[in-house]
Design a protein around this ligand. Sequence first.
Ligand SMILES: [Zn+2]
Ligand SMILES: [Zn+2]
Length: 171
Amino acid sequence: MRESVKETVKNILTHYLELNKYRKTPERYTILDAVYEMEGHFTLEELGDKLVGDYNFPVSRATLYNTLKLFVELRLVIRHHIQTTTRYEACYNNGSHCHQVCTMCGRVTEVKFQPVDDAVRSLRTKRFHKDGFALYIYGVCSSCQAKMTRMARMENMKKNQKDKENESRKS
Ligand SMILES: [Zn+2]
Ligand SMILES: [Zn+2]
C-alpha cells in the first residue's frame, strides 16, 4: 500500500516536471520519498534531519522550503499553521482528517471521525472543487496533563510543608 502510494506520487511529480520541462533533480525525488516516509506532521527541520540520518542526503533549508512549496501546489503535501509552527504532512490519499492539538507542547495527532468526513463530503460547495479539509481540536495531551498534575501536587506539598513550619514556630 505504502509503496504503491509512493509510486503514484512519484508519477505525479514526473508528469508535472516533464510537462513544464523542469529538470528531474534527485533532490526533488529524494525529498518526496522522505516526505512519504515521515510519520504524520513534521517541521522543515525534522524533514532535514531525516534526509541526513536515513538518506545521507543533506539539503539546504531553501531547497527544502522551495521543494515543499512545489509539493503543496501539486497537492502532494499540505501545510499546516498550528499555533506558532508550520508543519507539513503527506496528503495523497489522506485529504480529510481531524487533528487534536496540544496547546501546551504543540503535539499534533490525527483522529478519525467519520461523521465529520461524511458531513464535509455531503456539503455542496459553490463554484469550488473541494479536495479535503482539516479540523483542529485544541486541548491538552495526556503527558502534559500528567505533568500539570505532578506540578500541582508538588506545589501543594511545598505549601503544606510551609504551613507545618509556621505552626511549629507558633507553638
Ligand atoms: Zn502536550
Ligand atoms: Zn493531518
